[in-house]
Design a protein around this ligand. Structure first.
Ligand SMILES: [Zn+2]
Ligand SMILES: [Zn+2]
Length: 856
């Protein structure tokens, strides 16, 4: 401290899969630039890595002589605010992942590409004649020739794979250095050249230009009226605007500047301002309760449960208005923004004077980067976005709305497996904000929280303008089978595939009463939606002679038969789309041409079983040859533009009948739709997942909700093999409460969430034997830890093979853990992880998924 500057210290989270944060010394030369929320280059082991500064302080927690120094401060401005750090820490702790990984997830992707790992030869390494393997010597020799190499290029030069552990070993011996270098982020603000008028020309100059430089004179005249212009805009009227501008700049008449050009994530079409709708009595009551809390500046979670078409959006909008008028900011989360163009449109039309940012994965990384920086600089007051927008750096947050809070899209299914809805509640609590969770069919978790009084329930039982809920009719598909005198086929179909639907002939997927209703609705000039949650032509292909099924070689699931190559750019294919009918894996994208004969017995008797959206489309075309029919599924929808166009065509009545997967169930408001049909309502009931009943109820209620939203009353037809199931019966009667009571009784009896908290621990790897072995070990470790007294209330299921045993070539086993409360579960999981990770083998990956949404 010779220069009188006080030493300062920092907690830094490495941007690596390493738990926790570490203390560093900040050299006096860097103190001025250091700030929480910025990234720094720091030594870590024998590497130099990027880390995030969490905290800066005067009193070191460890012996300062042993602390390593910060090497460089990377950012000019902080990337996040100190207020956000508690949520990041909670997220890391709860979902059991490194803090650096959480921060990486929270920041827009373009920001993170700053570090590039380089391997550099040391002096010692240059004349290494030590006892090294042949490969190590070759490696050192190659690097010595080039001095340094990017780590990801090493294998190319050596012409064989080089493992991290070999590099680390050599680094430990001081023969190599592994360094993270800083490269400018890939995504930068886009700039453009602009020309600006500096002064008007004198008389002499004017005369000179008019005679000797006519084009320059013309540009000056243009600028006199416009003051400034982008060079790119001038290209239409001038041949070489930049050259002209430069000449004028030399005369001191204009100035050329670089200006930041903002990429616009939505089209620039003008959206007309729309008037607030008048509220129903129920909407008013709900709004009053929310407004009360907003005025008190106090945290509260509301569960706004409103039947489809009851006007939840209007309640969101008017709540947001109040929050904004008090100078606070608003965050609106939607499941998939690309699927909700109408909601975005409504918000923009109601807040014409507010700057709204949009954040979702459908934006280019440049667009996302710009939007994110606008939020970070405090230039916007409202953010509408999908899951990851929960991390948006909004300051002074007053309200978070989570629309369709039950939607599984709020759960991230890889990396940091967070649930955005739950983080919204945590964040709002930290920042004294109000949360509104909106849904027609709340998740049982949220409904249970409302029952316990943790959340305040607000109900909208009526549709706006007192429109009736659609009339629902159920058709028993078993009768269709009887009519056909159904006999089980003689094929050796495995028992697990014994699903009556697989034997249902195509002619009967549209039962007679449904066919009549479809014809009638078309004749009246009304629109229809047909829902079947399975794309492709049919879900399975079978050899009738040897029983061979066509299974994906990478995943243990049947390949789906697709008849027409309707695939477009942006769909799930890798490589080129096939030209004729084909078999496709819906999990990994593997595809082959549809075979003409069985590869096992060479029989040509190959038959497809079950029905997908393609087949329905074909069938409907035969039934209603004059109707204009469209299909909405992942094969026909390449990106949000195609989707948006199709919704617009539905709005303008250019389409009579829309067939689709669950995409059609999302919250569109299509007043012309008066008939909705769900072809196989029990499809989702057969999944080996304790939430299958809940999902079935939710999807049927949502699909049904698309009917009768305009002036004409709506009708819904549900076909099912299982019509007496309570999930279907409750959907039939629009009865959430009835469903809730029955389902909760089951959950209680089996000890499932929401009565308990659940975690799924999955072991996966390429070799079946080693994964099975690790899974057994995992089970033993779990049961051993459970012997501790505090863990008595914990329940362990498994290890067992995952329902989808093989996925993308990885074999999977899983253990399910249930605990009465989250903290105990967290403690238990941490102990398992620590013990398991101490084992030698690295070929098996362990993933912990808390509050898992998918158990497959
Ligand atoms: Zn065969
Ligand atoms: Zn596959």
């Amino acid at each position: 401290m010779s220069n009188g500057l006080k030493e300062r210290y920092a907690q830094i989270a490495p941007a690596l899969p390493v738990e926790g944060s570490f203390e560093y010394k900040i050299p006096s030369s860097l103190i001025a630039g250091a700030q929480p929320g910025k990234r720094a280059l720091v030594p870590f082991g024998n590497q130099k890595i990027t880390g995030y500064i969490l905290n800066i302080y005067d009193q070191p927690q460890l012996d300062p002589s042993r602390l390593k120094p910060v090497l460089e401060i990377i950012d000019q401005e902080p990337l996040f605010f100190p207020e956000q750090i508690p949520m990041f820490k909670f997220c890391a702790d709860y979902y059991q992942c490194p803090l650096g990984e959480v921060l990486k997830t929270a920041l827009p992707p373009g920001i993170n590409v700053s570090a590039r790992r380089i391997v550099k030869i040391t002096e010692l390494g240059k004349d290494a004649s030590l006892l090294l393997s042949k490969k190590a010597k070759k490696l050192l020799w190659v690097i010595a020739q080039l001095e340094e190499l990017p780590k990801d290029k090493i294998s190319d030069f050596i012409e064989e794979p080089v493992s991290d552990s070999l590099l680390n070993q050599l680094a430990k011996k001081g023969l190599l250095e592994i360094i993270d270098t800083i490269e400018p982020a890939k995504t930068k603000p886009r700039t453009e050249l602009s020309i600006k008028l500096k002064r008007l020309p004198s008389k002499e100059e004017q005369l000179y230009l008019a005679h000797r430089a006519k084009e320059q004179a013309r540009l000056m005249n243009f600028l006199k009226s416009a003051d400034s212009a982008l060079i790119s805009e001038l290209r239409e009227q001038f041949k070489n605007p930049l050259g002209l501008a430069k000449s004028l700049e030399r005369r001191g008449l204009v100035k050329i500047e670089e200006v930041i050009y903002e990429r616009k994530p939505f089209s620039l079409e003008l959206i007309p301002f729309s008037e607030p709708a008048s509220l129903s009595r129920e909407q008013n009551q709900a709004l009053t309760e929310i407004q009360k809390r907003i005025l008190e500046n106090r945290h509260r979670v509301f569960l706004l449960q409103g039947v489809t078409g009851s006007g939840k959006t209007e309640v969101y909008i008017q709540s947001a208005k109040l929050v904004l008028s008090r100078g606070r900011t608003v965050l609106i989360l939607v499941p998939e923004i690309a699927l909700t163009p109408q909601l975005l449109h409504r918000f923009r039309s109601r807040f014409p004077d507010q700057r709204i940012a949009v954040l979702h994965s459908g934006l280019s990384s440049g667009e996302r980067f710009d939007q994110w920086w606008q939020i970070r600089r405090g230039e916007v007051s409202m953010v509408i976005g999908a899951r990851s927008a929960i991390f948006a750096p909004l300051k002074n947050l007053g309200l978070i709305v989570v629309d369709e809070e039950q939607d599984s899209a709020y759960k991230q299914e890889s990396g940091v497996r967070y649930q955005a809805r739950d983080l919204a509640v945590y964040r709002a609590n930290q920042e004294n904000a109000v949360v509104v969770l909106g849904s027609a069919t709340p998740s049982l978790e949220s409904a249970y929280n409302a029952e316990l009084g943790r959340y305040q329930l607000l109900e909208l039982r009526e549709r706006i303008d007192s429109r009736p809920l659609p009339e629902v009719q159920i058709l028993d598909l078993r009768k269709e089978l009887e009519k056909l005198n159904f006999e089980r086929s003689a094929t050796q179909m495995p028992d697990s595939e014994l699903n009556p639907e697989k034997f249902l002939p195509l002619e009967s997927i549209i039962s007679e009463p449904l066919a009549l209703a479809l014809k009638e609705n078309f004749r009246r000039g009304n629109q229809t939606i047909i829902f079947l949650n399975r794309r492709g032509f049919s879900p399975a292909l079978l050899c009738l002679d040897c029983g061979n099924r066509f299974i994906c070689p990478n995943c243990s699931v049947a390949l789906t038969f697709h008849q027409k190559p309707t695939v477009q750019k942006g769909s799930s294919f890798y490589g080129e789309a096939p030209k004729k009918s084909y078999l496709l894996c819906h999990h990994c994208g593997y595809h082959i041409p549809a075979p003409d004969f069985c590869p096992q017995c060479l029989s040509a008797r190959i038959k497809d079983f079950g029905i997908g959206t393609e087949q329905v489309e074909e069938e409907i075309k035969k039934l209603l040859p004059l109707a204009k029919i469209a299909r909405m599924d992942r094969d026909t929808m390449a990106g949000r533009k195609a989707y948006f166009e199709l919704i617009q065509k539905m709005e303008s009545r250019e389409i009579d009948l829309l067939i689709g997967t669950q995409m059609v169930a999302k919250g569109h408001d299509l007043p012309g739709v008066t008939l909705v049909a769900a072809l196989l309502a029990d499809q989702s009931l057969n999944l080996p997942d304790f939430r299958s009943g809940e999902r079935t109820f939710q999807i049927l209620t949502q699909v049904a909700g698309r009917s009768g939203r305009g002036d004409l009353p709506g009708k819904v037809i549900i076909q099912s093999f299982n019509p007496e199931h309570y999930s279907i019966q409750s959907a039939l009667q629009h009865d959430f409460k009835g469903f809730y009571e029955q389902e909760m009784a089951l959950r209680k009896a089996f000890g499932y969430p929401p009565y308990t908290r659940c975690a799924l621990i999955r072991a996966s790897g390429l070799k079946k034997e080693s994964v099975a072995e690790s899974a057994q070990l995992l089970g033993r470790i779990a049961r051993q830890i459970k012997r501790q007294k505090i863990f008595v209330p914990i329940r362990i299921l498994g290890p067992a093979p995952a329902p989808i045993f093989k996925l993308r070539n990885r074999v999977r086993f899983q253990v399910l853990v249930f605990a009465p409360e989250p903290a105990l579960l967290g403690k238990f999981l941490r102990q398992i992880k620590n013990k398991f990770e101490a084992r030698p083998s690295q070929s098996v990956r362990l993933e912990v998924d808390r509050d898992p949404v998918s158990l497959l």
